[in-house]
Design a protein around this ligand. Sequence first.
Ligand code: AMP
Length: 547
Amino acid sequence: MTARSPITSTMQDDFQLTITAILRHGATVHGRSECVTWLGDRGSHVSFAEIARNAERLAAALAALGIGAGDRVGTFCWNNQAHLEAYYAVPCMGAVLHTINIRLPAAQVAHIVNHAEDRVVIVDGTLVPLFAQVLPLLTTVETVIVAGQADTAALGDVHVLRYDQFLAGQEPGFCWPDLDEKSAALVCYTSGTTGDPKGVVYSHRSTFLHALSGQAATLTGPTDADKILTFVPMFHVNAWGIPFGAFMSGASLLMPGPFMNAEGVCAFIRAERPTLAAAVPTIWQAIAQYGQTTDIDLSSLRMGTSGGAAVPRSLLRAFQDRYGLRIIQGWGMTETSPVGGMAHRPAGVEPGTEEELDWRMKSGRITAGVQMRITDDSGAELAWDGASVGEIEVRGPWITGSYHRDSAPDSFHDGWLRTGDIGTIDDRGYFQITDRAKDVIKSGGEWISSVELENLLAGCPGVLEAAVIGIPDEKWTERPLACVVVEGEADPAQLASYLAGKVARWQVPENWAFVAEIPKTTVGKYDKKLLRARFKEGELAVRRLRD
Ligand code: AMP
């Protein structure tokens, strides 16, 4: 047999998949698409071309300030125009954008800013008082850039700049550097189950591929005829990658700013008529409730998406029946950029039927690019039969392979990310989260660390033992129930006020159960599974502090 010559790819495989490539595409091909920031009574419209020019100005100004490759720039902002400009300017200049969760308590904000070693933080004017509480705890921040109107006196003697003036001193035309697609672009922290959040660092390549995957109709399939109401915060998992996907598809971005309640969002929807809307179940719930007493107009929406927590069936049905709006559920995590799949119905299933709802109640259908499996306690892979229950593990180009300055070996298994979610997969790749291995509580789309509450309560005079579990809540999906063993008189108000200064107010439990002993597992840990079962059986006498 004659030897054949080897064959290699003739493609331009060295083309770098960067956020700069996304920015260039959006600024040119879709330069007329818009970012619309809601001001409370009207939208402030600015084109993608202008966003790109401002990103160039911002990059030039940051470079003049001494920010260079790999430096971390934090944002402490709502979803708005300035935040979008930072989303592009910082990664495209080779620095790393750290989106800071504004809802974390001050000590945790300080922890993640210090851990990421942010040099500069861009702070929304409305959030200056909140950030001022964090500032004394920060060790690496040199400059605070305030975007929007604000009295900055509370920031003390830190170097403060005004965003508008900062940009006004620069011309557009910043020369974006050539970047390695594998270099760090963005960092977002999880809320750690054991207290300290972990940093997930997204690369240019992972961000590009994740945004590209979102273009498929199996996810949201947007076009430039779409306007996406981005109600998921830009401070958490890059608003599900929507700001990047929009520059690929040309879909306009509708940003709610600080108007994050049902009334605000419904006014925004009425005025700017989005075609797509992304929100956590709690927000959908709030909109549904608001709609019961107020005439709301959702007729512009062709689809809604929900993720971050399981969505109730009654809610999906209510939107379908009342507004003809189909909300499609998706699943993801900070570690997965986040989208791992969405639960669109399979072929042959009629929309609007109970059967379709059955499919939409799945957590998702695995999206191309993500590999998923379920494993049992021994790590063995389980069947995709829709019945075998195990831990969901994932891998793929937008799944994290480690954490920033934290090896966390237990989070990985032979190169797969252990999600901590327990569930099933069926023979068509639909997966269902049936439980969470983690014990943290997700309230209103945000985590509450039970371990943190327990640690604090344990330090409260008179408390002998404390375990906190999540219990269902109509408004917030889940709320904490603190189970406490005390010596002397049980006073929930006193315990709540003890916590009030130490965690964010919304994290303080309103549900309290005073028990003789916390049940323990064989290795002496609190047995929360048993506690949950007791609650479910009505065996815990719950005292409720407020409504
Ligand atoms: P986070 O990293 O804060 O985005 O939280 C990720 C976690 O949220 C996942 O590990 C799941 O436990 C939960 N989650 C996300 N989407 C869903 C969903 N559709 N149904 C149930 N849980 C979800």
